[in-house]
Every structure is written in structure tokens, then in C-alpha cells.
Design a protein around this ligand. Sequence first.
Ligand SMILES: Cc1ncc(COP(=O)(O)O)c(C=O)c1O
Length: 414
Amino acid sequence: MDTPELIDRANAVLIGNYARMPTAMVRGEGSLVWDSTGKQYIDLFAGFGGAVLGHAHPALVAAVTEQAQKLWHVGNTFHTEPQVRLAEHLNRTAFAGKAFFCHSGLESNEAAIKLARLRGAQQNPKRWKVVSFNKSFHGRSLAMIAATGNPAVKAGFEPMVPGFMQVDLGDMEGLAAAADNETAAIIVEPIQGEGGIHPLPIEFAVELRKLCDARNITLIFDEVWTGCGRTGRWFGHQWFDAGSLSATRQASTGECRAGECVKPDILTIGKAIGGGLPVGTMFARPELAALLVPGKHGCTLGGNAVCMAAAATVFDVIEREQLLQHALNLGEHAMSRLRNETKAAGRVAAVRGRGLFIGVELAAAPVKLVERALDQGLITNVTASKVIRIAPPVNIDQATLDRGLDILIRAINE
Ligand SMILES: Cc1ncc(COP(=O)(O)O)c(C=O)c1O
């Protein structure tokens, strides 16, 4: 395949809403990807987190192939076993709840807000407003750009859908003032991803839960980035240990017992859950889920058998290959290398993250860092103008990760 010719063809027929590199990818295996010229890249970004088990994982290929040969899609007027398997995995790894399946993170969030409003409509006065946080990202639908705390995402699409407002992460007073008797939901990411890898402080998560309980507000954790093992736990909220004093210590040693963590009323999941296929999930406490009766919400291809088979297998593989611990170990290793080996050049302001969800905040916006890294055979990403994001497949081996970090550290320091 001739790359310039493909790019010309693409420019003629594809909308230019993505800033694409002049590179065409044709093949992937594990954490490696090859372009149309045969050049190899180390993938430290996993396609914005979707390819959580890398490319062409044999178990995913087998699961999808087997399902595709059996049953593709019958619509949600029937039961299919892969949906049930996936929802059972969520009950085991998150909390006791019920699932609704769709295709993307934003759809999961839309479903969650609708469910919170259904609950709010039963209260007096009716609750319909939503509070979220500055620097958050919740998706690109009209409602989700209203929920997103980044003016650039909203620009040009005004007027915003009414009822959404943002406060600063950690500002409990601001939050208590914003959440009035018409507030249906608070939505928050356990670690702000697009905003620059900002973990929600554990104490703040505890306070959030208390506020929502006291005022009958639905608490939604948007785990589109942090779900399914990315942070070294099944879900990012499992770092929020309610046993306050020991919380920080337990979290830093990775010992939080899931049963003790601050839990949401609704968990929204996307990206990794499909292993790279389009799967979104809204997972709600049963009492809340019971409000979503036939006619209230739906999604034609949501829960289709092939995507569900892949998603259920993602959980099987993470468990079988003990990838939570692996992600924790490699995350610690990567963060310590990134801190130590960039010190002398003085360009790094902070390294933060959990598991294999890492942000390297630079002192100043880098010049063409993503392009320079790509040139050297590394796929990475910069967000919030100066935060390099590292989110490789969670099954990356240490040697490959180290080769990628070598390139990245050189690109930062030079
Ligand atoms: C936290 C969070 N929520 C929601 C979304 C939207 O997900 P999708 O692009 O699958 O609609 C994203 C996308 O990056 C995200 O990071």
C-alpha cells in the first residue's frame, strides 16, 4: 500500500475532525504495531485505551471468531448468553448491580444521566440538574459536552444543554453550594484522563459519597478511562478506601479491599471493556436499575453477541494472566524511571498516575513530542497541552515497555 496515495484518498472522503499523523497502520501484535512501510512501533497508548490487551490477543481472536461463527446479533428482544457472562463479570469485579450495554463511553454516560433523572423525577421538587468538574471529559454528545469541564470542547456548539454546571475538583464548599435540591446527579472520573491525569483525592471521594447520601443525589463514576484493570485494580474507584485514616496508606500499597471502597450508584464504562471493539456499559445499583423499564432507553446494536464475547473474554484474560498486579508493578517501575531519568534535564514538573495510567506533566508545552517519538518508533500522546499520557496495553512485557520508555525519556530530555 502506498501511504501518500492512501492519505490523498482519505483526505478526499473522510471528514477532517481528527488530527491524523501521516502514517497508515496495517498490523498489530501485542504492544507492537506496524505501518504500511513495515516500520515497527511500540504502542504506549493502546488507541486511547481501547486495546487494553494489545493487538490480536489469541484469546480475543478465538472468542470473537467462535461467536461470529455462531450468532452475530439478534436484537434485545431476546436473551443471549455473552451479555449475561459480561454482566456477571461486572458483579464479581465491581459490585452487585445490573448492566445496560451500548457502544461508547458517551452513550454510557448519557444512559447514566437519564437514569439519574428518572430517579430525580420521583422526588419533590423534581431533580434534574447535573454537577461535574472543571477539567473533566465525559464525551462529545450535546449533553456530554455540557457536562465536560473544558471550554474548548463546548466552543461553537452553544447554547449548551441546560442543567449542567462544573466546580473545581476537590472544592467541597463549591460542590455543596452547587448541588441544590434540584440536583439529580454528580458525575466524576476517578482519575481525570483528558484533563491531564488528575486523580480524585481519596478524602474528596469519601466526602462526595456522604454528600450524595445526605441529599439523595445519584453519584456516577465515569470509569471510561479507569475501568477494566487500567489502574491496577478492576475499577478506579477501588482505590477509594472509606476507612479514612488508613486510606492513603492502603491505596499506595495497593491493598484496598474492594468491599470497603467508596462505591458509586452508577458506574459508566467504555474503552477497555471491549478490548478494542465498541462496547459501552452503564452499570447501576439494582434499585436504581429497576427504574429503567421497557420503553425508557435502548440501543439497537448494544450488547451484540460478538462484542459481548470479546468483552467477557477481556475479564477472563485479565484474571487468568494476573494482569492487575502486572499493571501495578509495571506502573510503579515506569513512574520511577520517568522521575529519575528526567531529573537532570529538569523538564518534568510531575509524574502521577495509578497502574498503567500515567501522566508526565512537563514544565512547558513540548515541541512536536508526539511526532518526534513516532519518528523513533513510539506511539504516545499529549493532553492538556503539556501532559504526556502513557496507557499501554496492560499485558505489555517489561522489556517492550522499557524500550518505549527509553525513546520517550530521550524525547523529553533532548
Ligand atoms: C472519562 C471519559 N468519559 C467518556 C469518554 C467518551 O468516550 P467515547 O469516546 O467512547 O464516547 C471519554 C473519552 O475519552 C473519557 O475519557
